[in-house]
Design a protein around this ligand. Structure first.
Ligand SMILES: C[S@@+](CC[C@H](N)C(=O)[O-])C[C@H]1O[C@@H](n2cnc3c(N)ncnc32)[C@H](O)[C@@H]1O
Length: 290
């Protein structure tokens, strides 16, 4: 079966797919609670004896998570001025983020610097300029899948951390539904925007191999994928598109591969409860020390 046109994480179909997923899964609501539990303590440590704080968001999408982080930072250290830099590859996402800032009073107090480019180009630009702005807190939420090289990316962003700073990576957990799906169907799935699927397993293995200090916090999450098993359901098809990072699940794979993916989603990636298929979408929040 012919492959559909290559999908990149910057095109509008990808933006729509992620927004649909967020609405359906409630991921950001669960993430908000997780950040609320972890970050105030971290911010107090990071902010100790500092008269200002500089934050960098990489792959921030529409900025909903950045808004939560910055709001938490402001409420934890209300007297400390904050600056924020954003590196985002998609202009559509960046426009959504700017619109969110424009309507959010507490964010308007923060000066934002927008770097509308890929993380790889930001790294090249920073290295070419030579004078690196350093940061107290750098966050990469659900974006480490897309960077060209995991080790180089962690090394570069750690080099931008100030004394006592933290690099936060939020990524799908080892053995979560997505980890099992993408590793089982690597050949079929890891061909477009994501060519090497990474879960917390790969991130932690890398940190250990480099002897870097980190903390890992589990961030349990599930969502209902029952509709994926109804071929006439549009919701089901959109969820399958998101889970497989395709624009059209039914046109992208042979019937055998589709059947195999659906079987795996039900049997190994989910649990069944009260007639519903509940996908294991556990995530991991990894805080890497400077
Ligand atoms: C799954 S979305 C996550 C968005 C946001 N962090 C969140 O959790 O809501 C992935 C984001 O990473 C961005 N992205 C993907 N590859 C990137 C790269 N190489 N450099 C910078 N941003 C990238 C995409 O444009 C998108 O905004």
């Amino acid at each position: 079966m012919a492959e559909e046109a290559k999908t990149t994480c910057y095109d509008s179909s990808c933006v729509k797919s992620f927004q649909f997923y967020l609405q359906h899964s409630g991921e950001h609501q669960v993430l908000r609670q997780c950040l609320h539990n972890i970050l105030p303590g971290e911010f107090k440590r990071i902010g100790l004896n500092k008269s200002s704080l500089d934050v960098l968001g990489v792959g921030s999408g529409g900025g909903e998570v950045d808004a939560q982080i910055l709001t938490l930072l402001q409420s934890t250290l209300p007297a400390v001025p904050i600056t924020t830099d954003i590196v985002e590859g998609s202009s559509q996402f960046a426009d959504n983020f700017k619109a969110l800032v424009a309507k959010t009073t507490n964010l308007q107090k923060i000066p934002f610097a927008w770097h509308l480019m890929s993380s790889e180009n930001y790294e090249k630009q920073v290295k070419a300029k030579g004078d690196m702005k350093k940061f107290d807190f750098i966050q990469m939420v659900q974006m480490i899948y897309y960077v060209d090289n995991l080790g180089d990316t962690i090394k570069f962003y750690r080099s931008l951390l100030k004394n006592n700073g933290r690099l936060m990576i939020i990524v799908t957990a080892a053995h979560s539904g997505s980890d099992i799906l993408w590793k089982t169907y690597k050949k079929e799935l890891a061909v477009d925007a994501i060519t090497e699927y990474r879960s917390s397993a790969e991130v932690i293995a890398h940190l250990k191999s480099e002897g870097l200090k980190y903390e890992e916090h589990a961030f349990p999450h599930t969502f209902d994928i029952t509709e994926c098993f109804d071929p006439s359901s549009k919701t089901g098809e959109h969820l399958l598109d998101f889970l497989t990072a395709k624009n059209h699940f039914y046109q992208s794979f042979t019937p055998e591969i589709r059947a195999g993916i659906l079987d795996l989603l039900r049997s190994k990636c989910s649990t069944e409860k009260d007639g519903k298929v509940i996908f294991n979408n556990n995530n991991s929040c990894i805080l890497i020390y400077a």
